[in-house]
Design a protein around this ligand. Structure first.
Ligand SMILES: NC(=O)c1ccc[n+]([C@@H]2O[C@H](COP(=O)([O-])OP(=O)(O)OC[C@H]3O[C@@H](n4cnc5c(N)ncnc54)[C@H](OP(=O)(O)O)[C@@H]3O)[C@@H](O)[C@H]2O)c1
Length: 265
């Protein structure tokens, strides 16, 4: 019972109701549900693991592993908390991840891959397991230049269990706003984004991120070509920064977790 009707009914039946008890704590526990109910829009958490020098992979693109086992288990709990998990095709090509939930009796989130040109390999772990784990590939609409090969690949991916969602192109990529609209229609209330830097940047630029979880490992990778958590163009002046509010800092094993809500200007 939402929208205040419950309180009214209880009071009408003579039950004393005390409101706003531990309000902030309750809001935090239920933030996905409240966001979905009030905005009718998926709650998006961007999560990444980085080194102390701000790298999410080495210069060769390797990222396994940056944080320790305890931090990685925390990520598994986040996978359970969210209905879906999203990555860019760059991450699939670099890591060939499974993106499932490793917790005992855990439920696998729906996997969403942003892959405008259907570059995902048919022998990738994601495609090979698409009949067992719900999988969405988001691509851009076909255009005149698209060849028969791409149309055939779409067909094969569908036969292998992937659901294909296509959107108009935005700067040549999947249009994330349209994608979110379609995911909302599918009643996907929450998405854990696990990178990489290009996709994260697009999501911030479209103001689609509500929460950030940054796991920081006490190690240094170096390398000017090593990837960072948010890439793309970035913002021109510090004044334009995306601000993170209500930050919490927690130590998890050897690593540090900083998380908070994104406040857009
Ligand atoms: N440590 C961590 O937490 C972590 C997490 C994830 C990844 N990584 C590392 O990060 C690296 C991959 O990062 P990445 O930045 O290259 O790849 P990414 O962000 O995973 O994928 C980028 C690709 O996604 C596709 N895409 C589709 N729609 C998009 C949109 N609207 N905006 C942006 N991209 C869109 C684009 O290709 P198309 O246009 O062809 O679709 C783009 O090239 C790997 O080395 C991986 O190991 C680390």
């Amino acid at each position: 019972m939402v929208s205040g009707k419950g309180v009214k009914i209880l009071r009408e039946h003579g039950i004393e109701v005390v409101e706003d008890v531990l309000r902030e704590e309750c809001d935090a526990v239920n933030e996905i549900f409240f966001h979905w109910i009030t905005h009718n829009w998926p709650f998006v958490t961007v999560k990444y693991a980085m080194t102390l020098d701000g790298k999410i992979a080495t210069r060769t693109g390797e990222s396994k592993w940056i944080t320790g086992e305890e931090a990685r288990m925390d990520v598994q709990r986040e996978r359970l908390r969210h209905s879906a998990i999203m990555v860019g095709i760059g991450t699939v090509l670099a890591d060939d991840p499974m993106l499932t939930c490793r917790l005992e009796n855990g439920r696998d989130p729906i996997r969403i891959i942003c892959d405008s040109r259907l570059r995902i390999p048919l022998d990738s772990n994601i495609v090979k397991t698409a009949k067992e784990v719900p999988t969405i590939i988001a691509m851009t609409n076909f255009n005149k230049k698209d060849n028969r090969e791409k149309c055939e690949k779409r067909h094969i991916l569908e036969e292998m269990g992937c659901r294909i969602i296509s959107t108009k192109a935005n700067c040549g990529h999947v249009d994330l706003y349209t994608l979110m609209l379609k995911l909302r229609e599918m009643k996907i209330d929450s998405i854990l984004v696990e990178g990489g830097g290009e996709l994260n940047d697009s999501l911030f630029r479209h103001k689609l991120v509500q929460r950030v979880k940054a796991y920081i490992a006490p190690k240094i990778f170096g390398g000017k070509d090593a990837k960072s958590p948010v890439e793309g163009w970035g913002i021109p002046t510090p004044n334009d920064a995306y601000m993170i509010e209500n930050t919490q800092i927690r130590r998890i094993g050897e690593d540090i977790l900083i998380e908070g809500r994104v406040a857009y200007k």
